[in-house]
Design a protein around this ligand. Structure first.
Ligand code: CA
Length: 185
């Protein structure tokens, strides 16, 4: 009895150690360096906006801060090629909007957009943008799940400040992973 109990315990410990690793491996992030932890004064793999963007430190990690420059679009941009077998995605990220004063038009705010395009560059139906026109108070985590429309071969990820008058938009932990399309309503 003693022995089998020990075996059981060993199995339980093994399971608790191995399960998170397995699920991480099964959830490969298609946005490399989406947590901005690789790189010195700017994260590797990310184009740097001409003005208003910096890599900041907080709580032992890093995030990107975009700071408003009136009339300017200060954007992080990433393109992901969509594989044939990928029929739906889950996009998650953390953002913090502070002191946002939107610009004149409805879309002149802080927002994160996922554009789906076909080979000719034509935009297809994608998820609605997530936008902020005022403070988020603190970091907020967002999750967007969507199906890949027929013919989509490219996903454009754009996060930034679209001609806002004032404010900062902090971004971290961008994760894009394929999911089962049946899990998206
Ligand atoms: Ca980070």
């Amino acid at each position: 009895v003693k022995r089998s109990k020990r075996q059981l315990l060993a199995a339980a410990v093994f399971a608790s150690l191995s399960l998170p690793a397995l699920s991480r491996a099964g959830q490969e992030n298609l946005v490399g360096n989406g947590d901005f932890e690789k790189g010195n004064d700017w994260p590797e793999g990310w184009g740097r906006p001409q003005t208003g963007a910096s890599l900041e430190k907080e709580g032992g990690g890093h995030f990107v801060r975009l700071a408003a420059d009136p009339g300017q679009e200060i954007l992080l941009y990433r393109e992901v090629k969509i594989q044939e077998r990928q029929k739906a995605f889950e996009l998650t990220y953390r953002v913090r909007a502070a002191g946002i004063k939107p610009g004149k038009e409805l879309w002149f705010d802080a927002r994160v957009i996922a554009n789906l395009k076909d080979d000719s560059g034509e935009s297809l139906d994608g998820p609605p943008p997530v936008f902020f026109r005022k403070d988020s108070k603190d970091w907020v985590e967002k999750t967007v799940r969507f199906k890949v429309p027929e013919g989509a071969t490219k996903l454009e990820l754009i996060a930034g400040l679209f001609r806002v008058e004032k404010g900062t938009f902090d971004i971290d932990d961008i994760v894009l992973k394929p999911i089962d399309p049946d899990s998206v309503k």
